[in-house]
Design a protein around this ligand. Sequence first.
Ligand code: EZ4
Ligand code: CO
Length: 402
Amino acid sequence: MQIADVRVITSCPGRNFVTLKIVTDEGVYGIGDATLNGRERAVAAYLEEHVAPLLIGRDARRIEDAWQLLYRGAYWRRGPVTMRAIAAVDVALWDIKAKAAGMPLYDLLGGKSREGVLVYGHANGADIEETCDEVERYIGLGYKAVRAQSGVPGLDKPYGVGRGQMFYEPADAALPTETIWSTSKYLDHTPKLFEALRDRVGFGVELLHDAHHRLTPLEAARLGKSLEPYRLFWLEDVTPAENQEAFRLVRQHTVTPLAVGEIFNTLWDCKDLIQEQLIDFIRTTVVGAGGITHLRRIADFAAVWQVRTGCHGATDLSPVTMGAALHFDTWVPNFGIQEYMRHTAETDAVFPHAYRFEAGLLFPGDTPGHGVDIDETLAAKYPYDPKQLPIARLEDGTMWNW
Ligand code: EZ4
Ligand code: CO
C-alpha cells in the first residue's frame, strides 16, 4: 500500500484549520490535523514543501519508520511546527491502517479501557455571578466536570472570558489584541470565585481552572494553597515550564492537583515534571505532541509515576484531533480527563465525524479509522483568514505571558 497523494487543505469554517490528507494507491485515505493557532501557514508550508515529497511512494503501513524519518531525518528536532507536521502525518497513517484493518482506531491501539471519555466544558463569565450561572448551565447539559474562568475586577479582556457562546476562541484579530494583566488583582479574585461556585453547586461536580502561564512559581504556590478548600480537579498552567524545575517550588506548597503541557511538543519537554512527580496530569495532545505514536510514549512514561492524561481540546484543535484523541483516551490506561470545547456548526459541517456527546462523556464511535473526515468541497468555500492570539502586558506596559 503506497502513498500516492499528499494534500494540505487550509480552511476557515469559523476559525482556521490546516488538514492533511494522505491518499494511497489502494484508494484508502487518512486525515490528520496540522493546525497551529496563529501560525497556520508555517506548518502548511513545512508539510507541502519539505514533507510531502518524502512521503510519495512510501509504504503507508510503516508508521513508526515514517515518524523516525521525519523526526531524526530532519536533523532539526522538536518545536511546535515540526512536531505538528509529524503529528499530521502520523494521525493520517494511523487512520489509514485502522481503515485498512476495518477497525476503530482504539481497537488497533489495544482495545477499550473504558466505555466513555469523561470531558470538561468551559464556563466563562464576566464576573463571579455570571460564571456561576454558566457552570450551572453546563451541569444542566449533563457535564460532570467544568472549567471555570471569570473576569477580574479592574482588568479588561482577561484570559478565558468568552462572549456567552459554547466556545472560547481567543485568536480574534489579524494583529494581536492587547490585554492588560495584574497578578495581584487575579490572586485576590480567584479564591472568591471558587468559594462562590462551591456554595452554588456543591462538591458533586468536578471544577477546573486555567491560570494560563501568568504566575511566578511562588504566586502559583499561593494560588494552589488558597484554592485547596474548593477541591479542584486540577489547576492548569500555573507557571511557564520551559524550566521544568520551577514546578518543585509550587509542588512543595500545595496539594491542589496540577496540570500542564498543552504547549509541549515532546516527552523531553515534560520528562522531569513527570518523573519527579511535580504534576498530576499531562496536557499534551495528538496534534501538539507528534501524533498517536509519540503521545502514546508520553502516556506510558507518565503511567510509571501515576501521572494521568488530560488532552488539550480547545477549538483550535480540529475535529480530526478530537476524534483521534477520543480513540486514544478510550484506550489509554492512565486516562484522566479530556478537554472539550464545542466547534461551530460550520466547522462540524466541514469535518463530518463519528464522535458524540452524551451525559458528560464523549464516545469516539465505531467507524473504522479515527472516524473524522473532511468535506473538501465545503472546506474550499472558507478561505484562510489570518488571526493571531492576543498578547498580555502588565499595567505599566511590560510584556507578559498571555
Ligand atoms: O489558550 O488553545 O486550556 N485551554 C487553553 C486554550 C488556549 C488555546 C490557544 O490556542 O488554554 O484556550
Ligand atoms: Co490551557
